[in-house]
Design a protein around this ligand. Structure first.
Ligand code: F6P
Length: 545
């Protein structure tokens, strides 16, 4: 079934939300907490190892009811069944969106063109299992019979960010294999990585859904040439694997069919780490941990599919984001994990969220009259506290933020973990409460200042507070919880796309730059420079000189 084409601003709920916003926008979070001593637990959801406290948001129970009404009115329920059911909801590319099928349980049935795809998914998983076990154990060796020590993932966008983020996030669970990522077409990137490698003990995994991406093919060719300085053509079969839907192009490149891992066009690049695109994850942490990651994501899929909206974590987080984006005019959202392991998490979500919901055409092909995709940014705490938190606390912009923390540290350094988490809790409290002029005054009065000094300093030390945050407190950073956390954001993306009446699963916006780059490359390499605006023309002339 096609997704409905409901302009959200025409719904009853939208109108009610506008009115509700007018009536509540000046209420400070401090007042909301003072009025209801039970507010924290009241706006908290618990599921498995997850606790999500969304009480520090500018909401009342009525806000939540109205947001849920909006979700009902745009028919989110039916959209969720289309999503899981494999309908071609990626309409502009004529495809289903079934990354959820990649983590389905064996024996489940998910149909694409009347064919159950779960057996194929499991066949590829078996292949990943066998391959990774042979590489990790040293059973499979390189061209000089030595065991592999290094793995290089060659890919970009969804063929890089997911595996890179997850391998970093699961460093604690890593085996002896060192993983490297080459993505940028910047030749200095690949050269820096190659500097560290021995061709005799390195496995290269070329990951490209289309196998036509300029960056990936250039890097793969450069690496192949480097490899062939020491090895022969037939050794490629021992050292190169590929993940793609394009088997023809892989064969042209010379990779042995036995080392080819298929993927499917119903898996979007930015949602593909659950497929063989995650091969370097499975190599780095072992197949069992990879499977745990998938099982965590499956758990979140089930929660999302089966839980009433008001207790549904992805739905609540998505609707809160809509609340700020469309009623408060917030343009960005920060994602702040209090774990150094998650240092690539917001970079990963930038693709997931912004490539999906950065759209201005609605599903009927009309320009939206309302805001859509939020700008995502963030860095781990506590580092970010010493970098950009000043702006969140005292700047002019409203920046809702997700704080993600863990009850347990992995290495068990209690002293450090307590300090880390003290900062985690302190920041959301500070952002919510702020510091009133009266409080600042009382503090300054202790400091032996003249009245004049006190008065001139006071305004700079006031914190307005009233800054919204969600607190996601998880038990422990393990593969299962990480899988569930990623899936949570995937479903948040989906819900927001449905509300905004846009197509979240295409990415036409990346094409124009690619096309122009092709033309400009020929102009740089051979011919004369063609027609360009005076700025681009002048720049090209200066570059070629
Ligand atoms: O940047 C556009 C994009 O198509 C992404 O959606 C995708 O993840 C990336 O390029 C890489 O594509 P491929 O896996 O086909 O090389």
């Amino acid at each position: 079934m096609a997704l409905p084409k409901i302009n959200p601003t025409t719904t009853q709920a939208w109108k009610k939300l506008q009115e509700h916003h007018q009536n509540t926008k000046d209420t400070h979070l401090r007042e909301l907490f003072a009025d209801d001593t039970d507010r924290g637990p009241k706006f908290t959801l618990e599921w498995g190892d997850f606790l999500v406290d969304y009480s520090k948001n500018r909401i009342t129970s009525e806000t939540i009811s109205l947001l849920m009404e909006l979700a009902e009115e745009v028919d989110l329920k039916a959209a969720i069944s289309s999503y899981f059911g494999g309908d071609a909801i990626n309409q502009t590319e004529g495809r289903g969106v079934l990354h959820t099928a990649l983590r389905a349980k064996q024996g489940d049935e998910v149909f694409v063109d009347r064919k159950n795809v779960v057996p194929e998914v499991y066949a590829v998983k078996e292949k990943i299992k066998g391959f990774t076990e042979e590489i990790i154990s040293g059973k499979r060796t390189g061209f000089t019979n030595k065991a592999f020590t290094d793995v290089v993932n060659i890919g970009i966008g969804g063929s890089d960010l997911g595996p890179a983020m997850v391998t970093e996030a699961l460093s604690y669970y890593k085996n002896h294999l060192k993983t490297h990522f080459v993505s940028n077409v910047d030749g200095d990137h690949v050269q820096e990585v190659l500097k560290e490698l021995n061709p005799e003990t390195t496995l290269f995994v070329v990951v490209s859904k289309t196998f036509t991406t300029q960056e990936t093919l250039s890097n793969a060719l450069t690496i192949k040439e480097w490899f062939l300085q020491k090895a022969s053509e037939q050794d490629i079969a021992l050292h190169f694997a590929a993940v793609s839907t394009n088997t023809e192009k892989i064969a042209e490149f010379g990779i042995d069919a036995a080392n080819v891992f298929p993927m499917w066009d119903w898996v979007g690049g930015r949602f593909s780490l659950w497929s063989a695109v995650g091969l370097s994850i499975a190599l780095a942490v072992g197949f069992e941990n990879f499977d745990e990651l998938l099982s965590g994501a499956h758990g979140m899929d089930e929660h999302f599919r089966n839980t009433p909206f008001e207790a549904n974590i992805p739905v609540i987080l998505a609707m809160l984001s809509v609340w700020y984006n469309n009623f408060y005019g917030a343009e960005t959202e920060a994602i702040i994990p209090y774990s150094q392991y998650l240092s690539r998490f917001s970079a990963y979500l930038q693709q997931g969220i912004m490539e999906s919901n950065g759209k201005s055409m609605d599903r009927a092909g009309n320009r939206t009259s309302y805001e859509t995709g939020t700008i995502i940014w963030g860095e781990p705490g506590t580092n970010s506290q010493h970098a950009f938190f000043q702006l969140i606390h005292q700047g002019t912009k409203l920046i809702p933020a997700d704080f993600i923390g863990f009850k347990e540290s992995l290495h068990g350094n209690v002293d450090h973990h307590n300090k880390l988490m003290a900062n985690f809790f302190a920041q959301t409290e500070a952002l919510m409460n702020g510091k009133t002029p009266e409080e600042v005054k009382r503090e300054l009065e202790q400091q032996n200042l003249s009245q004049e000094q006190l008065e001139s300093l006071l305004p700079f030390k006031v914190f307005e507070g009233n800054k919204p945050t969600n607190t996601l407190l998880l038990k422990k950073l393990n593969p299962k919880n990480l899988g569930a956390l990623i899936a949570l954001y995937e479903h948040k993306i989906f819900v927001q796309g449905i509300i905004w009446n846009i197509f979240s699963y295409d990415q036409w916006g990346v094409e124009l730059g690619k096309q122009l780059a092709k033309t400009i490359l020929t102009e740089i390499e051979n011919s004369t420079i063609g027609n360009h605006d005076s700025s681009t023309l002048h720049l090209l002339q200066k570059f070629k000189k």
